[in-house]
Write a protein that binds this ligand. Structure first.
Ligand code: HEM
Length: 400
């Protein structure tokens, strides 16, 4: 019997379990996205490699190249349009994409990332100092893995600390699989207005921040203000949403594998922990949509022209690519992995994500080397998720 098309997300099931089911059905599988929109999910390492290799040729990231989004097949109020219908970096191909990426790339340099190290360490320690310790228990998602990346990215762009909760709330709504079209549009509108004001403020009084550096990189006015604002919200969103869950997933993996945690602490192996966590449990669930420009075959599966294709960030668990894929092992060399994508859209923030995650984990476990989960890992709650994936709470006991 053929299993019916799988819905993303599937009610009552964690996104990891849903994808385990999807994977057993083949490398590229029909799914429905929230709002009952028909799409395909690429779920094997080979399928995703082939898909990314065809970026800008057989596949477009530009919604204009998807008939279903314009011929009435997909409703005008589809909530995911807040992400698909805007001309931002993740939604453009070729020269249009390079134009945007070049300007932010000139400002967001490796030196700027490296210079963040002491500040990230300071933020990590400040958050740990604020843990309420009467019970010795804390929820790491709300007390650490969320505020840390939010503060790092806001700090980087010169966003006021008082505005961090608003930024987080907007991003939660924009990336939510259960928000209505009206809710996502309202959150997007508010975030865009806030970024417009930030741009103006930095234009008037430049500072030592990435927004000011972006303006300086755009001195020849190649990009419009609207494009600069779009860059700001995209990078601020992408720059923390995934890291929140990477940290949550990594803490759970380390607590479940104490010998790996010992190895990380004694050998200062936090960079390897981050690489293995990216492979073992990627925080990116469903990557942005690509549109088939013509009939195309991916990993042996035929897709029709116009097909909407997403890819699964959890392909690090593909058994054909990784022996013992379900074992968390920081000695594994997974450096060829696709957790940050590949090709023209390779993650712009990968160096920052790697640096801040290593610092966040090392600081936490250096202060609490015997930290343990306060409930069995099987009881952790995973809400309905689609773009990112990770636990909604990670209650831990803080032990030295
Ligand atoms: C654990 C953390 C992260 C993961 C797993 C991750 C993953 C990814 C992946 C897979 C892509 C490519 C998507 C595609 O091909 O459709 C991507 C793109 C992107 N990421 Fe990340 N990311 C992370 C952190 C960050 C951070 C910290 C920033 C910014 C500071 C960032 C900014 C971006 C941007 C702007 C793009 C779009 C690049 C383009 O289209 O040219 N990401 N990320």
């Amino acid at each position: 019997m053929t299993e019916s098309v799988i819905q993303l997300p599937t009610l009552g099931e964690s996104v990891f379990d849903t994808y385990d089911r999807i994977r057993s059905r083949g490398p590229v599988v029909p799914v429905t996205l929230p709002g009952d929109v028909a799409a395909w999910a690429a779920v094997s390492h080979r399928a995703v490699s082939e898909l990314l290799a065809a970026d800008g040729t057989l596949f477009s990231k530009n919604a204009r190249n998807c008939p279903a989004l314009h011929d009435g097949t997909v409703p005008a109020d589809w909530p995911m349009r807040a992400l698909t219908d805007i001309d931002h970096m993740l939604n453009l191909d070729g020269a249009d994409h390079r134009r945007l990426r070049k300007t932010i790339g000139q400002a967001f340099t490796p030196a700027r990332v490296a210079a963040m190290e002491p500040r990230i360490r300071q933020i990590a320690n400040e958050l740990i100092d604020q843990f309420a310790t009467e019970t010795g228990e804390v929820d790491l998602i709300s007390a650490y893995t969320t505020p840390l990346p939010v503060r790092v990215i806001c700090d980087l762009f010169g966003v006021e600390q008082a505005d961090e909760p608003k930024i987080r709330d907007w991003v939660v709504t924009i990336t939510s699989p259960v928000a209505t079209g009206e809710q996502t549009a309202a959150a997007m509108g508010a975030m865009v207005a806030h970024m417009g004001a930030l741009l103006e403020a930095k234009r008037r009084v430049p500072g030592d921040d990435l927004t000011s550096a972006l303006l300086a990189a755009n001195a020849d006015n190649d990009l419009t203000d609207e494009e600069l604002v779009t860059i700001l919200w995209v990078v601020i969103t992408a720059g923390h949403e995934t890291t929140v869950y990477l940290l949550g997933n990594a803490v759970v993996a380390l607590c479940e594998n104490p010998s790996q945690l010992d190895k990380a602490i004694t050998g200062d192996r936090w960079r390897d922990v981050v690489e293995e966590a990216l492979r073992y449990r990627s925080p990116l669930c469903t990557a942005f949509i690509r549109y088939a420009r013509e009939d195309v075959t991916i990993a042996g599966v035929d897709l029709p022209a116009g097909a909407m294709v997403v890819w699964y960030g959890g392909i690090g668990r593909d058994h054909e690519e990784y022996p013992d894929a379900d074992v968390f092992d920081i000695d594994r060399s997974a450096h060829d992995q696709l957790a940050f994508g590949r090709g023209p859209h390779f993650c712009l923030g990968a160096p920052l994500a790697r640096l801040e995650s290593a610092i966040a984990l090392s600081t936490l476990f250096e202060r609490f080397p015997k930290l343990e989960l306060a409930c069995p890992a099987s009881e952790l709650s995973y809400g309905p998720q689609i773009i990112t994936a990770g636990p909604q709470q990670v209650p831990v006991r803080l032990r030295h």
